[in-house]
Design a protein around this ligand. Structure first.
Ligand SMILES: [Zn+2]
Length: 415
């Protein structure tokens, strides 16, 4: 059974726990890095929702100095723990050099062992957290439709899908492309009974420009019995992406999902919601930010990101000060949700308080729920028409920036 609308898997931070405990009906699941701190891992289990524990193996292709703490010139402790969990070749390379495809030889057992450990680490991380009974985990398979494991034994507690090690690739000629596919294939053979495998296809946006490349990726991944595919187009903000990249993404989603395979996009926004009509099962996102991600931008940590305000009619987030200017200028862009009513209501002078106490995040959840309801009640064509109406109403203006709405409409218009 196909879900009625796109599934949204949130990427929570520690500070979101209180908010999300009260927002059970606002999201379907969670996407966390396997390195997540214990109290967030506990929270993930407590929600009793499906989750993905991303192995984040892409860190290991960065130059060693990028993985060091800015001050200490030493590898960050959480990466050391991750590498220890994964073993060779991750542990051997960390701090010395970037991984290369030759670290995963085709002959011998070393590669199978590495893949097995990456999968096992995703399960082990969550097994040790809480003494929850296994029964709640049946529920998540109901959510994911009728393709639950055929095994009669209960599914193991843990992630909804296990993710094979993956690394970003530029195009299908890139040795990392072949390696990703091979590692994902190995995951199918080393998994335990009932486990579901979902490889990450972590591609450069440039690969989306060439239909032949997209079709090759579709053919390669469709030819293998993966339970789902997770797409990560590196560094592609949907609200700034050129039409040709979004067109390639649509082609990729349609191709991968044809025949009913589940396809999720990692780091998505409203465009990803609309991709539901093209076959996308769901997407992951932060609470009002993190709608895209660049694996290569990893550097010295700068603490928690500042809250941003999601402007519902424009379907994108902006800095609070810019959002305030915009809402002062265009009263029609103000939001009637409970969070907004409680904080600023009709008095825009109080808007700055949205930056405190999770109000922006709470507002985002309401706004996203309204978007989902509109998609469900009125259908995608009506949502596309609304994009044109909004774009027409505001015209081009440095602050409003409606060009993305036109691009989305153009790319997704029925042909
Ligand atoms: Zn609101």
């Amino acid at each position: 059974m196909k879900p009625l609308g796109p599934l949204m898997l949130l990427r929570p931070q520690g500070g979101h726990k209180r908010l999300l405990r009260a927002a059970d009906g606002f999201y379907h699941g969670l996407h966390v890095p396997v390195t997540v701190v214990d109290h967030v891992a506990n929270f993930v289990l407590e929600t009793d929702k499906p989750f993905i524990a991303d192995p984040t193996t892409y860190f290991f292709v960065l130059r060693p100095e990028r993985l060091c703490d800015a001050d200490k010139k030493a590898v960050r402790p959480w990466l050391l723990r991750l590498a220890k969990g994964f073993g060779a070749p991750f542990e051997v390379a960390l701090g010395r050099r970037a991984l290369v495809p030759a670290d995963f030889p085709e002959k011998g057992n070393a590669t199978d062992d590495a893949v097995r450990r990456v999968l096992t680490h995703q399960k082990a991380k969550f097994l040790g957290q809480m003494n929850l009974p296994l029964e709640p985990y049946y529920a998540k398979y109901a959510l994911y439709g009728d393709s639950a494991p055929a095994s009669s034994s209960p599914p193991p507690a843990g992630p909804a899908f296990l993710v094979p090690p993956y690394f970003p690739f530029r195009n299908v000629e890139d040795p990392w492309y072949d390696l990703d596919l091979r590692l994902a294939e190995r995951a199918l053979s080393v998994r335990e009974k009932g486990e579901r495998i979902a490889p990450v296809i972590h591609l450069d946006a440039v690969a989306l420009e060439d239909e032949a490349v997209v079709d090759r990726i579709v053919a390669d991944y469709r030819a293998r019995a993966f339970d789902a595919c997770l797409l990560w187009v590196n560094d592609l903000p949907e609200d700034a992406a050129p039409a040709e990249h979004l067109r390639g993404l649509v082609r990729l989603v349609r191709g991968l999902s044809s025949g009913g395979r589940q396809v999720f996009k990692l780091y998505g926004g409203y465009f990803s919601m609309l991709l539901f009509a093209q076959g996308l099962t769901g997407f992951t996102c932060g609470l009002g930010q993190g709608a895209w991600k660049n694996a290569y931008a990893f550097g010295p940590g700068g603490g928690a990101p500042k809250p941003k305000f999601y402007v519902p009619a424009l379907h994108r987030s902006m800095e609070l000060a810019n959002a305030e200017r915009l809402l002062r200028e265009h009263g029609s862009l103000r939001c009637p949700c409970k969070a907004c009513r409680d904080v600023y209501g009709s008095n825009i002078d109080r808007f700055a308080a949205m930056g405190e106490d999770g109000h922006c995040e709470s507002h985002f959840l309401y706004a996203r729920q309204a978007e989902a309801k509109a998609l469900l009640d009125r259908g995608v064509d009506s949502c596309l028409t609304a994009l044109t109406t909004t774009a027409g109403k505001f015209g081009d203006n440095a602050l409003v920036k409606v060009a993305a709405l036109r691009t989305w409409r153009e790319v997704l218009a029925p042909t």
